[in-house]
Design a protein around this ligand. Structure first.
Ligand code: SAM
Length: 296
């Protein structure tokens, strides 16, 4: 029978976030690679993913997010979703959506509930500079998500100083017109960033954005997860993700991560406390939960 589990700081663990691969078809200048440093390792197997999910559900895990790298590059993604979804309330994917149009039908059929799609600009040239990819393809992916049964569709937008700070209102309009939830994400500083210089150059303090959202909002809610603020402006929903130096964010973190190397990862920001599966997955899970500690 399922029970719930808390870490030493009274934080219940309800979500698992998997990195299914370190390979990506884009090359985003700000990418933290889900806190992995790119060292070579044996890729987590489908069986390990399923075992970790089943085990997690015995300890109260209800939601799973699949990320990477680009999770759509994982050839057995559909099979993984098919096998884990019956055990969970919510299976979602974080993706750049480039390959979504050709995969979406089988993913929906397998039991995928929803997607978060990364989109940091609506300008094709800026998109090319930031990611190396083609904006048109990402927008086609978003369109495919919208026309599918996946709901809600969310967009993840990392705010980068002097790159996309002038596009916030365009994003709000885009989200409103397309019935999409917009997540404005603070640029995180992890020690797995591709380029630390980019962080100091592009990190933007989200205070002015939140001030404007507060003024315009018809309603503001606080989500349980990370105590993220959600602003409702006419028909738009805008969530703000601000982890940096934010103790409230860490106090309300209900997430445990799993790396593409088959390790539990207690915190995005730390690489020194990963717990490899090592044969006894239950023991590793409990050790990882025991090692969870608010970073800020
Ligand atoms: N390839 C997929 C994608 O593009 O969504 C999944 C991997 S990506 C690492 C997962 C999410 O992390 C994306 O929404 C991305 O915008 C976000 N992300 C990556 N690096 C970040 C950083 N340094 N700060 C904040 N968010 C970041």
């Amino acid at each position: 029978m399922a029970c719930s589990i808390e870490d030493k700081y009274g934080r219940e663990i309800t979500n698992l976030r998997f990195s299914l691969t370190q390979t990506c078809n884009l090359n985003c200048i700000y990418c933290h690679n889900e806190g992995e440093n790119g060292d070579e390792c044996n890729l987590i197997t489908q069986e390990e993913v399923i075992e970790a999910v089943k085990l997690g559900t015995r300890y109260g895990i209800k939601k799973v997010k699949l990320s990477g790298g680009e999770p759509l590059l994982r050839p057995d993604l559909t099979e993984i979703i098919q096998k884990i979804s019956p055990h969970l309330n919510d299976v979602s994917l974080t993706t750049n959506a480039i390959l979504l149009p050709q995969k979406i039908d089988e993913l929906c059929e397998a039991g995928l509930d929803r997607v978060n799609i990364s989109l940091d600009t609506l300008n094709p040239e800026t998109y090319r500079e930031l990611t190396g990819g083609d904006l048109k393809k990402a927008l086609k992916g978003i369109e495919a998500a919208e026309q599918s049964k996946l709901f809600p569709v969310k967009i993840n937008t990392v705010i980068l100083d002097n790159i996309n700070t002038n596009e916030i209102q365009d994003f709000i309009n885009y989200a409103k017109n397309n019935d999409i939830i917009l997540q404005l994400i603070e640029y995180h500083d992890t020690n797995t960033l591709k380029n630390q210089k980019n962080y100091s150059q592009y990190h933007y303090n989200l205070d002015p954005i939140e001030k404007t959202l507060t003024k315009k909002a018809d309603k503001i809610k606080t989500r349980k997860m990370h105590h993220r603020k959600k602003y409702y402006i006419k028909n738009a929903e805008i969530e703000v993700v601000r982890p940096m130096h934010n103790t409230e964010f860490c106090e309300n973190c209900t997430r445990l991560r799993v790396t593409s190397c088959g390790e539990f990862k207690p915190c995005l920001m730390r690489e020194d406390n990963h717990v490899p599966f090592n044969g006894n997955m239950e023991k590793s899970l409990l050790k990882a939960i025991n090692q969870r500690k608010p970073y800020f």
